[in-house]
Write a protein that binds this ligand. Structure first.
Ligand code: 2NL
Length: 344
């Protein structure tokens, strides 16, 4: 019996040694230490032994059991450690690899242009004002010397919500509203950027929605030379110190007299090229002295107060500054177009 037990021990320990997987160890445990295993069997046969032999064999059987169990446990923890090691190796992160590039966004070209223009006028003491895009007929037209039935309304056909409500066709109503709350006795020095709407068919140079920036200065003793000085400063800061400006007579219902401002062409230096269509000048904006009717409707005495106003399209400014040939580029949000104007 003693030899049988020692044989079993050697056999089991060899199997433990050879085990490569946790499952192999489980098999060894079931096979040698299980209820139906050979050691249990030896213990069951103890009844046949003499009184002297019984405790010796009993002790030996227990020792063998203990020995095998311990060997299994040790081997198991070694196998588990190796498995963990292998898993950690497989899941390791190489911190020396370069990072994934982050997509950096930036302001839309139109936003940048509007903010640039805002900054220039803030530098000259103007404040920024905003107002509603759904406007009343009164503020969009009547307060600007465009009474119902005026032929100039045709040039600014709009999207009507009711007879009296429409999407604003220009940002001028913001200025009419601002003047309206001054009780006819305070100066105004403002610009108003924003979206405007006209009933137009979209093409390379027209859009049913576009952006406008208008400016207004009302005070006592405001003269056309003040307008010229402000516009000249703006043109040189926006397009370059070497640019000249030129004012041509024009017509707007809300200004009298009215002018259009050109800047000298940078491409040809004034000689005439395809950008300026051979004239040497490029049209930038419209302006004029605020019509007495407009001042009066806003509550100012036109014999005491005077003012100048101007209006420009940031899309046009951006197209000229960057050579963009289709206004629709501003609205279709093609990243290949927009990304070119993201500043580093
Ligand atoms: C243009 C021309 C202009 C104005 C806008 C204005 C506003 C008030 C009173 C008088 Cl409240 N005038 N605005 C004046 C002249 C021209 O815009 O070509 N815009 C794109």
């Amino acid at each position: 019996m003693k030899e049988r037990l020692q044989e079993l021990q050697t056999e089991a320990l060899n199997k433990v040694n050879e085990a490569e997987e946790i499952q192999d160890l489980k098999d060894v445990r079931v096979k040698y230490l299980g209820k139906k295993g050979p050691i249990t069997e030896v213990l069951r046969g103890m009844g046949k032994l003499s009184k002297e032999e019984r405790p010796v064999i009993g002790q030996l059987a227990n020792d063998v059991r203990e020995e095998i169990a311990q060997a299994i446990e040790e081997k198991q923890s070694r196998l588990e450690e190796a498995a963990l090691e292998k898993q950690l190796e497989a899941e390791s992160v190489d911190v020396t690899l370069p990072g994934r590039p982050v997509e950096v966004g930036g302001p839309h070209l139109l936003t940048s242009i509007v903010e640039e223009i805002e900054d220039l006028f803030i530098g000259m003491g103007f404040e920024i004002k905003e107002g509603p895009e759904v406007e009343t007929d009164y503020y969009n037209f009547e307060a600007l010397n465009l009474p119902k039935g005026h032929p100039a309304r045709d040039m600014q056909d709009s999207f009507y919500i009711t007879e009296e409500l429409l999407l604003r066709t220009h940002t001028s109503p913001v200025q009419a509203r601002t003047m309206g709350v001054k009780n006819g006795s305070e100066p105004v020095k403002m610009i108003c950027p924003g979206k405007v709407y006209r009933r137009d068919t979209d093409d390379a140079t027209h859009s049913h929605q576009f952006t406008q920036i208008e400016g207004l200065l009302v005070d006592k003793h405001v003269r056309m030379s003040d307008l010229k000085g402000v516009l000249n400063t703006f043109a040189k800061q926006m397009f370059g110190a070497e640019r000249e400006i030129r004012l041509r007579p024009s017509f707007f219902p809300f200004t009298e007299p009215s002018v259009e401002m050109d800047i000298s062409c940078k491409m040809c230096g004034g000689a005439g090229c395809s950008v300026c269509k051979g004239t040497g000048w490029i049209e930038i904006l419209g302006a004029g002295m605020v019509h007495p009717n407009v001042l009066e409707m806003a509550g100012y005495d036109p014999t005491e107060y005077s003012g100048f106003a101007f209006g420009m399209g940031p899309e046009r400014i951006a197209m000229l500054k960057y050579g963009v040939d289709d206004i629709r580029n501003f609205y279709i949000n093609d990243q290949r177009f927009l990304k070119q104007y993201h500043k580093a």
